[in-house]
Design a protein around this ligand. Structure first.
Ligand code: SAM
Length: 226
C-alpha cells in the first residue's frame, strides 16, 4: 500500500525532509489545533470534498497528501469501483498516513514528487492539492502544475485548498503573521504577490469557481483544463 523511493538522495536538495522526519508525528495534532477557531479541521476537509462533489467510481489523485487525512475521506467517497492515490515526497508523513488506514479502502500511497508524476496522461478524473502548492519549492512549482495538468483527464478537475490574503485588516495581519512564524519565505512570497492564480492560468488551467472560507484566510479553487 505504501511505495517508497529506495534512496533518500532522490529527493530534491531544496526539500526539507529533515523537518518532516522530526515532526511528522506532530503534524495531525497541530493541524487539529490550528483549525479549532474555524470550527474544526473536519469541517474544512468535508467542505473541500463537498465542493469537489467526489463521486463513486472516480479515479482521484491527492498530490502532496502528507499524513493522508483528506486522502482517506476521498477513498471513502469513490467506493469500491474508484481508486485514490496519495503522493508525497515525505516517506515519514506517508508512514503516518498508512497507519491511519484501518479498513480495506481503494487507496495507495506512494513517495513521489509532483514535479515528476509517474502516471500516464489523462489518468485522473480529479486531482486535489490541499495546502500543498505553497510547500512546493518555486523551482518545482511550474513543473508540478504541468504534471498535474498532464495526468488530469480532458474533462477532469483540479481542486486546490490554500491560504488566501483577506482584505480585512485583522484577518490579513493574522495570515501574514502566521506565515512569518511558521511558513517558509517562498510561501510568504506566494501569499503576498498573489502569484497562485496567474501561475495556474499560465499552465493552461481555467479557474472555474473560487470559495473563500475561514474569514477569507483560506480559499478553495475548482480548476479545469483550458
Ligand atoms: C502542509 S503539507 C499538506 C499535507 C496535506 N495535503 C494536508 O492537507 O494536510 C504539504 C505537503 O507537501 C509535500 N510536498 C512538498 N513539495 C512536494 C513535491 N514537490 N512533491 C510532493 N509532495 C511535496 C510535503 O512533503 C508535505 O507533506
Amino acid at each position: 500500500m505504501l511505495k517508497k523511493k529506495s534512496e533518500a538522495s532522490q529527493l530534491p536538495s531544496h526539500y526539507a525532509e529533515k523537518s518532516w522526519q522530526r515532526y511528522a508525528w506532530l503534524y495531525d495534532p497541530v493541524v487539529k489545533i490550528l483549525f479549532l477557531p474555524f470550527g474544526g479541521e473536519g469541517r474544512f476537509r468535508r467542505a473541500l470534498v463537498d465542493f469537489a462533489d467526489v463521486k463513486e467510481g472516480e479515479q482521484v489523485l491527492d498530490a502532496c497528501c502528507g499524513t493522508g487525512t483528506l486522502t482517506l475521506l476521498l477513498a471513502e467517497k469513490v467506493g469500491g469501483t474508484g481508486a485514490v492515490t496519495g503522493i508525497d515526497l515525505s516517506a515519514k508523513l506517508l508512514e503516518e498516513a498508512t497507519k491511519k488506514v484501518k479498513k480495506a479502502l481503494p487507496l495507495t500511497f506512494s513517495q513521489e514528487s509532483c514535479a515528476d508524476i509517474p502516471f500516464p496522461d489523462d489518468s485522473f478524473d480529479k486531482v486535489f492539492v490541499s495546502f500543498g502548492l505553497h510547500e512546493i519549492a518555486e523551482a518545482d512549482r511550474q513543473n508540478s502544475l504541468q504534471e498535474i495538468y498532464r495526468v488530469l483527464k480532458a474533462n477532469g478537475s483540479l481542486f486546490v485548498f490554500e491560504y488566501h490574503l483577506p482584505q480585512a485588516v485583522l484577518a490579513g495581519f493574522t495570515v501574514k503573521a502566521f506565515h512569518r512564524l511558521f511558513e517558509h519565505e517562498e510561501a510568504y512570497r506566494m501569499l503576498l504577490d498573489g502569484t497562485l492564480l496567474p501561475e495556474l492560468e499560465q499552465t493552461g488551467f481555467i479557474i472555474r469557481r473560487k470559495r473563500l472560507i475561514g474569514a477569507g484566510m483560506f480559499q478553495m479553487l475548482h480548476i479545469v483544463k483550458g
